[in-house]
Design a protein around this ligand. Structure first.
Ligand SMILES: [Mg+2]
Length: 338
């Protein structure tokens, strides 16, 4: 089986800022698996926060290359644990391969991924639209430019977090969710949650640093009037159980956990443990977003707007209309890449 790497520099429609970084372009790696006439696509973005570069991922993909033929006959879930070892635990690079393998498997069996997993496309949640950190005026302008979405996710972690939410509330009645990206302390969160709830905020994503102690997380869990969602604190399968009693929900991302295989397992485990489920995305093309969208039947919350933040999307096939994702009926991920 052949593997082809496409390195893409994706210009953003607007600079995108969160609590710990700001970008105008996003570097992304599209991985293509070729088996005869069939082509499967996966994607992973270069990520400074988690320390994954083109070079580090290329080394992992080179290590995987001799073993890729397994995907011609075995389902991706079966190959995944062996690949993780072969790629020395590089879940970022593995996520691109695992997504491409799921795309290929679906195409070979003429089924969309969600159907191959035995899921039913019923009552799936709508996606939020993300407003990155900027001046308050420009954040309001971004919201108005994308008016009519039922849910907005507001990036916080600035000295004027409450002012931002108060200002945005003047422009819409939509549900708000906020993401502090590790920017707050326990006391700040407890206090802000009261006002945020009054302002129509549904939950707070990752208020505390990923390194916060277990005592801090449990203390906040007991005292916060708003539900708490783990993102940076929940990366892989073994993190899910430790979120019980510390968070109300988990935000799974394909690049953090290593692709669709562990994501399906984590979401199923979370639901069994009574945690609510969410899938987020990076700023990425419709390949990565279409992969995450296959998980919608397993979700309570979705944040799949990454491709809409791009100036141009090189992949086609997935549409999100004011948060509503069209049901993907095409085999595999249902996206086309040139
Ligand atoms: Mg987040």
């Amino acid at each position: 089986m052949e593997i082809i790497q496409h390195r893409l520099r994706l210009p953003l429609a607007d600079p995108f800022t969160i609590a710990y970084r700001s970008i105008t372009d996003q570097d992304s790696l599209v991985v293509e698996l070729r088996d005869g006439d069939l082509r499967g696509f996966g994607e992973v973005t270069v990520n400074d926060y988690y320390g994954h570069t083109y070079e580090s991922m290329a080394r992992s993909l080179a290590a995987a290359q001799p073993y890729l033929d397994a995907y011609a006959s075995e389902p991706p879930e079966q190959v995944w644990p062996r690949m993780l070892k072969t790629m020395r635990g590089d879940r970022f690079a593995l996520s691109a391969i695992d997504i491409a393998a799921h795309d290929l498997w679906g195409k070979r069996h003429s089924q969309p991924c969600w159907q191959a997993w035995g899921l039913t496309w019923d009552d799936v949640p709508v996606s939020s639209y993300t407003i990155g950190i900027d001046t308050i005026d420009r954040m309001a302008e971004k919201l108005q430019r994308r008016s009519g979405w039922p849910i907005y996710k507001i990036k916080l972690g600035t000295p004027e977090d409450l002012e931002i939410v108060r200002a945005l509330r003047q422009h819409t009645d939509a549900t708000f969710r906020v993401d502090a990206n590790c920017g707050w302390t326990v006391e700040q969160t407890v206090e802000r949650a009261v006002e945020l709830r009054r302002l129509g905020v549904e939950f707070i994503e990752q208020p505390l640093a990923a390194e916060a102690t277990d005592e801090e997380k449990q203390d906040l869990f007991r005292r916060s009037v708003l539900p708490l969602v783990a993102d940076e604190s929940c990366r892989i399968e073994s993190d899910v159980a430790s979120c019980v009693g510390r968070f109300h929900a988990i935000n799974v991302k394909l690049c953090k956990c290593g692709g669709l295989t562990p994501a399906v397992a984590m979401l199923r485990q979370a639901r069994e443990l009574g945690l609510r489920t969410m899938v987020g995305c990076m700023v990425e093309t419709s390949i990565g977003i279409a992969a995450a969208a296959q998980l919608l039947p397993l979700l309570d919350y979705a944040d799949l707007d990454g491709a809409l933040l791009l100036a141009a999307d090189p992949a086609r096939g997935l549409t999100i209309e004011r948060g509503r994702v069209t049901q993907p009926w095409q085999p595999g991920l249902g996206v086309e890449y040139p």
